[in-house]
Design a protein around this ligand. Structure first.
Ligand code: SF4
Ligand code: SF4
Length: 404
């Protein structure tokens, strides 16, 4: 994971491609606790997409609204009770846009009453003084807001709506006035890369936490219509060089993990389906409807969770293990690999490009090695480079919905 721990908001800048990793050797007590919870498979962190409805139309949105109904208020209350019983503490409510749900505050208040530490993710355009009051009353750990341009034109072009930037800045101001901790997130893409420094200047003036990332996710069903907005390897290199981001090459052991998928966190969709994480949309089970199960049962018994816990280690990633620049790879993601090739144990091109950009930053002028993934793709043969082990049976989201 490349997230930087800092003491002041203005220092909290990370540019890169964070995978959802862990650091068991960390001296930070919270990180050490997280490492233990991962080892013991406690579902400590849950990311919950409360809705796929949104008032914006961002060019890189990966949500795929389904025809089936989203969870009702009562069903959400039941899910909260189940999460509390299962040992979840940190709950992130996201969308879509959470504030488009009329019952959002009823759900969030219930979550706080049950003792969850709340993180909220919003696009920030619907925050009025009254909404800011209600958010502040929830005492969330943090509110995450997207900043996708430093000018009105760019922000509107990326977010697919009018007047987005002034509304976002007003929302931030209203939250800051109420002493709510705000973190801004900028996905750097072709449309806003020229305003990268302006966005940083804006953030420094605001004094909020901040992160810039490169990852354009394919949609939930694996479609990749936004791929054309992804920065090129050369653009990523330029950013890393310009910002002089610190980096230490690493040599993972066979038992280490590129991320913590399946260990202590998961995703719940607006339709009550549990998945390993936001990218790896292999259904683990349903909390509502036909075939419904208790959350604790899904968490403990679902084949995909058991599989990931047992097998998702560096030693079982044949392409990555053989990769000449694995020490520079920060963003290898099982979910993106699955979306790209159908195999969560493969490497994937975006992480390879990012690793090459990092290599170029660290070795100016040196030839950049090709990765096994790139060789496989260039040769047009997945099988030629794939592991001898039997891949797991993958059930894509859209198949499940068709069957359901
Ligand atoms: S093959 Fe790609 S994803 Fe795997 S370690 Fe190398 S750079 Fe990372
Ligand atoms: S597989 Fe999931 S947990 Fe792992 S890096 Fe990807 S998004 Fe993060």
């Amino acid at each position: 994971m490349t997230t930087i721990s800092t003491n002041t908001p203005t220092e909290a800048l990370d540019r890169g491609f964070p995978a959802c990793g862990w650091d068991e050797a960390s001296a930070d007590p919270y990180d050490a606790l997280l490492a233990r919870l991962k080892r013991e498979h406690v579902p400590f962190t849950v990311l919950w997409e409360l809705t796929h409805k949104c008032n914006l139309h961002c060019v890189m949105c990966y949500n795929m609204p389904q025809p089936e109904p989203e969870l009702t208020t009562e069903e959400c209350f039941d899910v909260l009770d189940q999460l509390a019983e299962a040992g979840t503490l940190r709950l992130t409510l996201t969308g879509g846009e959470i504030l488009t749900r009329r019952d959002f505050f009823a759900i969030a208040q219930r979550a706080r009453a049950l003792g969850f530490a709340l993180d909220l993710k919003t696009n920030g355009t619907l925050i009025t003084p009254a909404v800011a009051d209600r958010i502040a009353a929830l005492a969330p750990v943090q509110v995450d807001i997207s900043l996708l341009g430093a000018t009105l034109e760019t922000s509107d072009a990326v977010m697919g709506a009018k007047n987005t930037l002034p509304r976002i800045l007003r929302g931030i101001e209203l939250l800051q006035e109420r002493r709510v901790r705000v973190k801004l997130n900028s996905l750097l893409i072709d449309l806003n890369i020229n305003e990268r420094q302006q966005m940083l200047d804006m953030v420094l003036a605001l004094g909020v936490y901040y992160e810039q990332v490169f990852k354009v996710s394919p949609t939930d069903n694996g479609g990749n219509g936004a791929a054309g907005h992804q920065l090129s390897r050369e653009q990523m290199t330029e950013v890393l060089i310009a910002d002089r981001t610190p980096f230490t090459p690493r040599s993972p052991g066979a038992d280490s993990r590129t991320c913590s998928v399946g260990l202590s966190s998961c995703l719940i969709s607006p339709y009550g389906v549990v998945y390993p994480c936001i990218e790896l949309r292999i259904p683990a089970g349903r909390l509502v409807g036909e075939g419904r199960q208790r959350f604790a049962e899904i968490w403990a018994e679902a084949p995909i969770f058991r599989e990931l816990r047992e097998r998702h280690t560096w030693g079982n990633l044949p392409e990555c293990r053989a990769c000449p620049i694995s020490a520079y790879c920060e963003g290898r993601c099982a979910g993106l690999a699955w979306k790209e090739s159908g195999d969560p144990y493969a490497g994937h091109l975006l992480a390879c490009q990012h690793a090459q950009a990092r290599y170029a930053q660290q070795h100016p002028g040196a030839a950049i090695p090709e990765t096994p993934v790139q060789v496989r793709v260039r040769q047009g043969s997945v099988e030629a480079k794939m592991p001898a082990v039997q891949p797991i049976r993958l059930i894509p989201t859209w198949e499940t919905h068709e069957r359901g």
